[in-house]
Design a protein around this ligand. Structure first.
Ligand code: MSP
Length: 504
């Protein structure tokens, strides 16, 4: 049976340009997608942008542009993000797409027809940065802790979604599926929020014009979240491709800033519209810079594309997966990126490839002979551990396992000292076996690491004369390398680079 894996990133607000924080989720989604492809699963990967936010309309006005004009101008910077990160998204959604807008209207109409919508007046403190109402308790010194801004008083007659009516069904869903939200501490957070009692929320805005018109009351537009969340489902209805609906339900990746919208509002909206709730939600932490969440409004951002320019895309992907256990917060810095690049990519992995190819070239005229000597490590176990880790969305744990293997092979080079064996004709078979074990180990490692380093992995395989198109996980095993010839000392995979002058 073919398994399906549909993964999404949040759709990012277009009020500014991408930061390393946005790149983070996109990279994680791509690593997961590539891994599932390696398993032979049928995958679908969606990312895109959220355009109908009040904050987008405000930035447009500041620039003297209509919101759509502004969004059309800036969307290129967001489309460039997955491309430059080597992310293989199947579709890039814009909430201004006609197909999306049509689907949102039809979706909201269903909720209305089910009797889950009523009209009421709401008044409260609204944070435009979060595009959400805030209770006094959520503010710190009267300001939004995430954006550092004072919320605005908002009072309007709106359409409300009867979220409170879904409390029991949501609790049931959570109880039936203890891994509905991961990691488990986020599951507990979401579940206690639901158990604490749910307040209905407004799904329309009367004073805004930028957005999707409410079908039964076109004088109002959909609240940005009631529009944006639906993207995960709407894309399958109009993106190019046949019967994409088969991919529903999805795995949603998000950071903890938008946990409630995804883990509480979204499943309730889906249930009301008669759709299946998400398959799973994985909530990751923040990339912090100077101990504060990196965000444009705080001005403490790292531009991911500048890092890609300097260190290459694989190094940025590697850093994203390695900087912290996926799920937890991380303090990031440009120095840290450089340090990992030099120590782990260039020294641990890059040198191992250079040394192995150089020794095969020098001692065996570039010929790799297959032997059946005992391997210095257990590649089959690595395959199993990778699958386990990815089933828990533990992309950091998966990479840790691979790196243990890289370090084990480096140790093996030192222990077996091929340069000594080469001096002794009587130990020629031993040398042949050591060289095969190194090439074989590196072949398995290259396949294993290809979800993280999609550019470098085929280079390693090519350098070793191994097939580099089929990256199926089955190749992560012992005796996977085939005999080869013409192997030459390879150029450094991760050459020395000049650190960026102003990357922060
Ligand atoms: N438009 C909404 C999401 C709607 S989804 C239906 C939104 N957009 S956003 O541009 O603010 O993006 C937030 C998401 O970007 C986070 O949930 C996370 O996935 C990613 N990140 C942005 N900055 C981040 C960090 N500093 N650290 C980790 N992730 C970050 O919210």
């Amino acid at each position: 049976m073919v398994m399906r894996f549909y993964v999404t990133t949040p759709i990012y607000y277009v009020n500014s340009t991408p930061t390393l924080g946005h790149a983070y989720t996109t990279i994680a989604a791509d690593i997961l997608t590539r891994h599932h492809r390696q398993r032979g699963d049928e995958t679908y990967f969606l990312t895109g942008v959220d355009e109908h936010a009040d904050k987008v309309a405000r930035v447009a006005a500041e620039q003297g542009l209509a919101p759509q004009e502004y969004a059309d101008k800036i969307v290129g910077a967001w489309q460039e993000l997955p491309r430059r990160l080597n992310a293989v998204n199947d579709f890039f959604i814009r909430t201004s797409d006609d197909g999306h807008k049509r689907f949102v209207q039809e979706f909201l109409q269903r909720i209305y027809d089910n009797g889950d919508v009523y009209q009421d007046v709401y008044a409260g403190w609204y944070c435009v940065g979060c595009e959400a109402f805030k209770t006094e308790a959520e503010l710190v010194d009267g300001r939004c802790p995430d954006h550092g801004t004072e919320p605005e008083w908002l009072e309007e007659k709106n359409w409300f979604f009867r979220l409170s009516a879904y409390q029991d069904r949501l609790l049931q869903l959570y109880d039936d599926r203890p891994d509905f939200v991961l990691p488990s501490y986020r599951y507990n957070e979401a579940r206690s929020f639901i158990a604490g009692g749910l307040r209905d929320f407004s799904i329309s805005r009367a004073t805004q014009t930028w957005g999707v018109p409410i079908p039964w009351d076109p004088d109002q537009v959909a609240y940005v979240w009631a529009d944006a969340l639906v993207n995960y489902r709407s894309a399958l209805s109009y993106a190019p491709g046949e019967t994409l609906e088969r991919f529903w339900p999805a795995v949603h990746l998000l950071a903890k800033d938008i946990l409630r919208f995804h883990c509480v509002y979204w499943p309730a909206l889906l249930l009301s519209a008669g759709e299946e709730p998400p398959r799973q939600l994985f909530v990751h932490g923040y990339l912090n810079f100077d101990n504060r969440k990196m965000s444009k409004s705080l001005g403490n951002v790292i531009n991911p594309l500048e890092l890609v320019d300097v260190y290459g895309v694989d190094a940025v992907r590697f850093y994203a997966a390695r900087a912290t256990t996926f799920g937890q917060d991380a303090n990031v810095s440009v120095d840290d990126v450089r340090e990992r690049y030099e120590r782990e990519l260039a020294n641990d992995l890059g040198n191992l490839v250079s040394r192995t190819t150089a020794m095969i070239a020098r001692y065996r005229d570039g010929v790799l002979e297959q032997t059946s000597a005992d391997a210095p490590w257990d590649a089959d176990a690595l395959r199993g551990r990778l699958v386990d880790a990815f089933d828990r969305y533990d992309i950091t744990g998966g990479l840790d396992e691979i790196w243990l293997a890289v370090r084990r092979l480096n140790q093996y080079v030192e222990e077996s000292a091929p340069w000594q064996l080469a001096k002794d004709e009587a130990r020629s078979d031993e040398l042949t076996a050591v060289l095969y074990n190194l090439a074989d180990g590196l072949t398995a490692i290259a396949v294993a690491v290809s979800a993280y380093l999609p550019l470098s992995a085929p280079r390693i395989l090519d350098a070793l004369g191994q097939p580099s198109v089929d990256l199926s996980l089955e190749r992560v095993r012992g005796s996977t390398a085939v005999a080869a010839s013409g192997i030459e000392a390879s150029a450094p995979l991760f050459p020395r680079v000049e650190p960026p002058a102003v990357a922060a």
